[in-house]
Design a binder for this molecule. Sequence first.
Ligand code: BGC
Length: 774
Amino acid sequence: MSQAISLRNDITTQHFYLVRQEDFTLKKEDLQKLLNDMSLEEKIMQLVQLPGQAFEDDAAITGIADTEVSAKVKQLAGSTLGLHGADKIRKIQEEYVKNHPHHIPLLFMLDVIHGHDTVFPCPLGQGATFNPETSKKGAAIQAKEAAADGIHVTFSPMADLVRDARWGRVVESTGEDPYLNGEMTAAMVEGYQGDSIADHDHVAACVKHFAAYGGSEAGRDYNNVELSEYALKDQYLRAYKKTIDAGVKMAMTSFNTLNGIPSSGNKWLMRDVLRKEMGFDGILISDWGAIGEMVPWGLAADLKEAAHLAIEAGVDIDMCTESYGFNLATLIEEGKIKEKLVDEAVLRVLNLKNELGLFEDPYHGASAEKYEKITFSAESREVARAAVRESLVLLENKGNALPLNSKKIALIGPYVDEKNLQSSWAITCNADTNVTLRQAFTEAFEGTDTELRFANGCTLLDEDADLGFFHSHLDNFEADNEKLLAEALEAADFADTIIMCLGESAFQTGESTSKVQIKLPEIQLELFKKIKATGKKIITLIFNGRPLDLGNLPEESDALMICFRPGTEGGHGIADVLTGKFSPQGKLPMSFPYCVGQEPLYYNSFNTGRPKPTDRYSAFTTRYLDCPNEARYPFGYGLTYSDFEISEVALDKAEMKKAEGISSASATPSLYAGGDKIVATATVTNKGNAEATQTVQLYIRDLVGSRVRPIKELKGFKKVTLAPGESAEVSFEITEDMLAFFTLNNVFETETGKFKVFMGFDSATENAAEFELK
Ligand code: BGC
C-alpha cells in the first residue's frame, strides 16, 4: 500500500485532515507533524477531560462535577465523559471539530460496565460463569450498542483483585482469583475492542483501577492500601497484565494510596511497573478527580504540585480537575517539567483518536437509526439470558428441592417486582426494561396447571438504611409493611412451595457503598422468619453484589441460590433454571464467609506456621475461637441439579524438566512456550439423574519456595456437560509458566521442587497428585 496516510496541506481549513487508509505505517510521523503544529495550550487541553455536563445538562454523573467551564476550555478539551445519544453527540462533535483550531475530534467516554441498554450480569456474576467466552460475547454487544450511541471508550473492565466483601466495588470485579480475573477481563477487552477499534461496532477498553484498589483497608472505599511488592506483583497485578496482553488501549489510575503514595502520583508504579515491566503503551487516564485528590491526601500542597507529580508519573489525561489545564504551562515556563512530557502524552491521545478512525469519521459511526435497530435485539437478549443462567450459583438443594415440582407456588419478597436488577454501575440502564421475577414466572407457567401467587412482603430496605450518594433510591417508607406481610402470609398459605425473593438494593453495590454489616436488611430477615414459620418448602433467591453473611438462611431454606445482579434478562434466566429447563452451573467467584469478621477472606492464602488445628482443643494455632477459619462456601463452589464424582488425579509423568535461564520482570507465560509439560487427567462422572454442566478446576500448590506460596492457586478450568451416567476424561496441560512466581530474586521465574496438582469442583478439593520440577 503506497501512501497509507496523507496529511492534507491546508490543515486549518479541513475538518478531518488525516486521511487514513488501510494500514497505519505512516501514522506516527503524521501525528508527530500535527503535534508540532499545535500550540502549547492546544496540546495541554488534549490532556484535559471535561465532565459531560459541561456540554449537556443531562450527562450521567459518576463523580462530583463542577461544570462551570469557559467556552475556550470547552472548545479545546480533548475528551469528555458521561454523555450518550447519537444525535446529541453528533451535534456536539460537529460544532467542536469545526471550532477546534486543528479540527481534532473530541473523544467521548462512558462507563459501560455490564451493559449499555441490554444489561448483562454484573462482573461478579460474570465471574461466577467461569466462562470467558460468555463475557466476550456480552462485551461485544455492549460495545455495539454504546458505539452506535456515540461512545468511543468504555471505562471497563475492572481487573482489581478483591478479597473483602465489605468493599461495595467487589460487584465490579470478577472476584478474588488472579487467574479467573485475568481470563475474564482479557475476554472483555477482546469483546469490546474486537479486531480493530476502527470498526464502528467496537470501542476502546480501559482497564482499571491501577493499582490494587481492591486492597482498600477495611473495605473502606478510596482508602489506603499497604501491600508488599510480592503480593502486589504475584497476585494483584496479574489480571491487569492479561488485559495489557489482550491489547487494552487505556488504563485508569486508582483512588487509593499504595504504600503511602496515591496512584496518580506514583512514578514507580506507572512508569517502571505499568509501562516498562508490564509493557503498557496506551493512554493512562486518572480516575475522576484523582489528581486533585493528592491535595487532601497530603501528597501535594496544591493542584499545581499535583499536576507536577501526575505528569511526572506518566498520567496522560486528567479526568475532571483543573490541575493540568491550569498548571502544566506554568510548570513548563518555570522549567519544572519538560514540554516533552506533555508531548508524549498528547501523542498517545492523538494516536487513540487515530486508531478509532476519528479523523475520518469523528462520529465513529454513531447513528440514532443504527442504535434503534440494534439495541435490545433478540440475539442480545438471548446472550444476556444465557449469561444469567450460567451465573446463578446454587448453594443448597436439600432433597432436590429444585427444580420446581409443585403446582402451587408463591413468590414472596421485595425482589418479586424489583425492577432494579442491575448494579449501580449500569448507569444507562433503564430499569423498566429489566424482566422481573413476576413477569418471567407468569410467562413461564402460562397455560400450565401450576398456580402462582405473588407478594412483596416488605420494603426492600430497613427504614434507617443509608444509601449515601444514591439516597434518591431509598424506599418509600410510607409503605405499609403490616399490609405487605399480611398479603405474603396469605400467598404462603395458598402455596406448597415458596420462593423467597430477597437481596441487597442495587444501590448498596458499587462505588462508595462500603458496609460493615454484610447481612440482608433486617426487615427481609423478619419476613423470612414469619414465612418459614408456615412450615412450607422454601427456595431462597438472593440478589446481591457482594458475598453476604447469610445467617441461618442456608439451614432454613430447602434450596438457596445466589443471583448476583443479573441485569435485563434476570427474571427469564432465573425462571429457566428454577423450572429445570437448565441446570445451574455457576461457581462462587468470591468466598462467602460465616461472618463479616472473617473478611478479608480468600482461598489462596498462606498455610501459616501453625496451620488449622485438627481438633478444636489444640492450642496456639491459627484459628478463631468463635468461627471457623474457612469460608462457609468456598471460592469455586456451586451445585448443579445432578451429582458429580471425580476420580483421582493421574499425571502422565512425575517430573518436569526446568527450562534454563528464564526470568522476567513481569508475568509473561509465553517465555516458557515450547518447554516441558505434564498432563493431569481425571475422570468426571455424572452420578445423578439430570444432564448438567460441571466446572472442573485445576489448582496447584508449590510446596516449598523462596517465598511462602499460597495453599492453592487456580491455574485452569474446563466445563463438561454430561448426561446421567455419562463419564468424561478431563485433562489439563501443566506448563512451566503456571509454576512461575515473583521469587526472592524479584523476578517471575520458577524454582525447582515439588508441586501438588489438585483437580476438583471447588477450591476446597483435596483430590491431588504430586510432581517435581527438576
Ligand atoms: C470511578 C471509575 C469511573 C469514573 C468515571 C470514578 O468515580 O472510580 O471507576 O470509571 O468515575 O465515571
